[in-house]
Design a protein around this ligand. Structure first.
Ligand code: ZN
Length: 429
């Protein structure tokens, strides 16, 4: 599908027309399964203005389902860039009152949130990182009812991708614009299992495999995992007491099943940030703010990165590891089979939503409160005391080599294969 053959203009137009039904089904999938809209409910849709065509499909479908209202928040890379270039850091410390009211009131009214993203991977290169960090912190703390609604299961939400030209050109360099856009649409449909006749059914099936994998891992309650592959990875990582594996569908407090990420392939937890030892070698490049780190390795002792190297981008890797006090420790450990549609595309998407779902990965930086029993009731210090890392950053990197073996070791010392040859060791059906 991603051969080097160039398509003629006619072929691009014909193929694009041919997938228009799939694109409509994708809109239905996002509304009905992703954001899981129910009759009478509000939907908040954020979407790049460049994809107004797709936004209209989503809004139409939401009203077909019976949405009470759809609030559209238009996004644009170039305008965001102009804002960053023309405001100083202080501007971002305060979220405008009307914006707080919009997000908080809609969250309180029980809205579902659909965040469609598609942006230029290089769109923010050179922007003062403090502005981006302060803006995101302000939104998280000042739009509290909105943030808590998402984090504590009061509102359903879904993040999914839509193509925009600058992104398509990055993923498919050297192609004509129309062909690059077509190929990115195809890649999005394929990776979200929306390229067939019944994507909603596919997602029900997909979620059943998540349920099985989570159940297996949670039942074993491993003491630690051991990773080995021929590229040099030879590493053990401890699990916290009471760790919980998550992944697949989310569920609101009132029982609505939704998909926070589409695509999603990972089953993940937060490991014990005080227990990691040995060598981890990368399986795919790491993209960080438009910079690429290739062929890198990290050596851990007692949970901490003590040495590292890279064929390319070592300084970037250093800036990630030394971001703050605990960014040298792990916050996530995620398992992804190599038999997933994302991996099969062989593409680098320059977007974590896709790239982190291509392979088993680890993340340096902060861990997740939902990945330990009682985590939502713990303070940051308590989480840290239980081994759940706390940092202002979270950066995923891929370790899922094709031959990766992962063995889980229980507190009784029993060894259980989890991954063999880069795939789940047990049947996932
Ligand atoms: Zn992950």
């Amino acid at each position: 599908m991603y051969g080097s053959k160039r398509l003629t203009r006619e072929e691009v137009a014909a193929t694009m027309a041919g997938i228009s039904t799939n694109i409509e089904r994708y809109a239905e999938l996002l509304v009905r399964k992703g954001a899981a809209i129910a009759p009478g409910q509000e939907l908040v849709l954020s979407v790049p203005v460049e994809r107004a065509d797709f936004a209209r499909l989503v809004v139409r479908e939401a009203y077909t389902v019976g949405a009470a209202n759809v609030t559209v928040v238009w996004e644009d890379d170039e305008i965001r860039r102009m804002d960053y270039d023309n405001h100083d850091v202080a501007y971002y410390e305060q979220v405008p009152a009307w914006k707080r009211a919009q997000l908080n009131d809609l969250a309180e009214a029980g809205a579902s949130f659909l965040f469609l993203r598609g942006s230029d991977p290089n769109g923010l290169v050179g922007v003062d990182p403090a502005k981006i960090a302060i803006a995101s912190r302000a939104r998280n703390t000042q739009c509290k009812r909105f943030r808590d609604g998402l984090d504590f299961g009061r509102n359903a939400w879904c993040i999914a991708g839509v193509p925009v030209l600058a992104w398509a050109q990055m993923v498919f360099p050297g192609r004509d614009d129309d062909e690059a856009m077509l190929r990115l649409w195809q890649a999005i449909l394929q990776t979200t299992r929306a390229d067939g006749p019944a994507p909603q059914l596919e997602w029900e099936r997909h979620n059943a495999t998540f349920e099985k994998n989570k159940r297996m891992l949670n039942d074993y309650a491993f003491d630690y995992l051991r990773y080995r592959s021929a590229n040099g990875t030879d590493f053990v990582v401890g699990m916290t007491k009471g760790h919980v594996w998550g992944g697949g569908a989310g569920r609101t407090q009132d029982g609505t099943v939704f998909f926070p990420n589409m695509p999603t392939e990972e089953v993940f937890t937060s490991p014990d940030c005080m227990r990691a030892d040995g060598m981890v070698c990368s399986a795919m490049p790491l993209v960080y703010d438009g910079n690429v780190v290739r062929d890198f390795w990290l050596r851990f002792e007692n949970g901490k990165v003590v040495d590292f190297g890279a064929q390319e981008g070592k300084a970037v890797l250093r800036s990630i590891i030394e971001f703050d006090e605990n960014s040298c420790r792990l916050g996530e450990c995620a398992l992804v089979s190599k038999d997933t549609p994302i991996r099969q595309t062989g593409l680098l998407f320059y977007d974590t939503l896709y790239d982190e779902n291509a392979s088993c990965h680890l993340a340096l930086g902060t861990g997740f409160p939902e990945c330990i029993e009682g985590g939502f009731e713990m303070s940051k210090d308590e989480l840290m005391a239980h081994g759940v890392n706390h940092s202002a950053t979270h950066v995923d990197f891929m370790v899922g080599a094709d031959d990766l073996e992962i063995v889980g070791v229980t507190t009784a010392g029993e060894e259980v294969p989890i991954f063999v040859g880069g795939r789940w060791a047990w049947s996932v059906e």
